[in-house]
Structure formats: C-alpha cells, structure tokens
Design a binder for this molecule. Structure first.
Ligand code: R5P
Length: 284
C-alpha cells in the first residue's frame, strides 16, 4: 500500500515518515504546484496498485478538494486499482441539510465528487455521521476519542467529561468511557427571547476537573460560554478539546484565556493541534 500526502497533509509528513515503516507503508512521490493563474498541477511519480491519499480540506478548502480530485484522476490514469481517501477534516460537512429552499446539501456534493475516483473514504469525527451514506463506496467515520483520552488522562484525573450540547454527547461518552470517568452534557434553556441558559445536566462539577469535548471549535463562543458557567459553578481545572480546530480569527487566544488548557487534534494544523491522529491513519 502506497501513501500519498497532498498539500493538506504536509503538517503530518514528519510524523508519518517517522512511523510509516513500522506500519509497512511506503511513500509515493507526487509533484504538486500551481500554474501562474493559480490552478493546481499534480503529477504522480511512482507506480503501484493501491494507495492511501491523505488530504485534509481546511482553508483554502476548495483548493485542497480540487487537488484531491486531481490526485485521484492521476492515480487512476497511472493504473492504480484501489484508492483510499483519508480526509481528516472534510470541508463543507456542516451544510448537511436544506434549511432554505434552493440550497444544496453541500456535504453530499463533496462526497459524490470524491466518490468518482476513490473506492473508500475515511474521515474523522464527521459533523453528522449519517451523511456518510452520501459516499458511493465504503465510508468510515474515525473517532479521535482514544487520542484525546490519552492526552488528557493525567490532567483530568478523576474529573468529568462534558459535551457542550446534547448533540455532542456521544463524543463525550466515547472519551469518558476510555478514561473510566463520569460524563454528561450541557442543556440549553431559553429563559427570554434574548437569553439562553446553559447548565450541565445531572452532574455536580464543584471542585472537579472538567474536560469539554466538541467536534469543531470555530469562533470559540460555545466553549467560552460553557467554561464560564463551569467556573461560576466551582469547577477546578477546565480543559477544552475538539477534533477540528477551525478557529476564526482570535478564537485560539479567546478560548485559551478562558480555560486552563485548549488542545485539539491535528486534523487541521494550528498552534494548539497537540493531539495526533497519525497513528489512526497509519493503522488503515
Ligand atoms: C455545532 O454544531 C458544532 O458542533 C460546534 O459546537 C460549533 O461549530 C462551535 O462553534 P463556535 O466555536 O463558533 O461556538
């Protein structure tokens, strides 16, 4: 099995190189550059039958997506029989339904396009796992729970894992079960047209360390709100994690100021991407 790294996976290169031998994966060289007008150019420089293409589609998302398609086309042209796309962060996954007449289901469009070339698709912590069914081949949603749990194990101790809302409860449960600690979620209650109250459900956080787990941090608003409530309730240390650090401008600083530690996985390269999903990729 050959492994190809797109531009959206260069931040994982050193670690993959270090560990790839023990996982029996060999690199396949590709040339990737841009034409003067900005269009991408790719060229596959080796041979093979099967390949795993790692390409995270963070900003510039569209460029990374196009490159993934071009690599797929080039590899098929070279005679590769089986192609596996590993897309640690899948762009457009949050638009998973039509909310206003005339909108697309963007995640469906993206998955169908990838499915033209790729036989299998592996993503991490997809915003809505049900949308995997849009991919025409085998599609798998990998969980970063083991990596997150091992990073926070000693820091959290006998603490609590919390999801910022009910929708993220399964993420909190997965991490808590590995750590053997309690878990719950925040519940949002509307107390006036402009005010929403957030409270952790059926759990006492007083004097305990808390780890808040979500799939994405964007503006950081959700995490900061949750952290402030936990402080008011007398929580001890507050740790915040997510699979994908999408981070709007200034969000890392804002969240870091509000909590004891912020650490996300390296599906997207950021200054706080301290938790590695590379071992999960190399196991494929
Ligand atoms: C929402 O559905 C997601 O799971 C995250 O909770 C959300 O994207 C976080 O956004 P922000 O950091 O802007 O509050």
């Amino acid at each position: 099995m050959k492994i190809v790294l797109g531009s959206g996976a260069q931040h994982l290169k050193n670690e993959i190189e270090e560990k790839s031998q023990s996982y029996k994966k060999e690199f396949l060289e590709v040339e990737i550059k841009k034409f003067p007008d900005g269009e991408k150019y790719v060229r596959v420089l080796g041979e093979g039958e099967e390949a795993i293409i790692v390409q995270s589609t963070y900003s510039p998302q569209d460029e990374h997506l196009i490159e993934l398609l071009l690599l797929g086309d080039a590899l098929k042209e070279k005679g590769f029989k089986k192609l596996i796309a590993v897309v640690p962060y899948l762009a457009y996954s949050r638009q998973d339904r039509v909310t206003k007449d005339g909108e697309p289901i963007s995640v469906r469009a993206v998955m169908k396009a990838i499915g033209i070339y790729y036989d299998e698709l592996y993503v991490f912590d997809l915003h809505n796992p049900k949308t995997l069914e849009f991919f025409p081949g085998k599609a798998v949603n990998l969980s970063p729970a083991r990596a997150i749990a091992s990073y926070f194990k000693d820091k959290l101790g006998e603490g609590i894992v919390l999801a910022p809302d009910k929708g993220a409860l399964e993420r909190a449960r997965a991490v808590a079960e590995i750590l053997g600690v309690e878990f719950s979620h925040f519940e949002k209650k509307r107390i006036s047209p402009t005010e929403v109250q957030m409270t952790p459900v059926d759990i006492d956080v007083t004097g305990k360390n808390v780890l808040i787990v979500d799939d994405i941090i964007s503006t950081g608003g959700t995490m900061i709100r949750a952290a402030n409530i936990l402080k008011e309730m007398g929580a001890k240390k507050i740790y915040v994690t997510a699979t994908h650090g999408v981070f709007a401008k200034g969000a890392i600083e804002r969240v870091s100021k509000a909590v004891d530690e912020l650490a996300v996985t390296n599906t997207i390269p950021t200054p706080v991407s301290k938790i590695s999903i590379v071992p999960d990729i190399l196991k494929l």
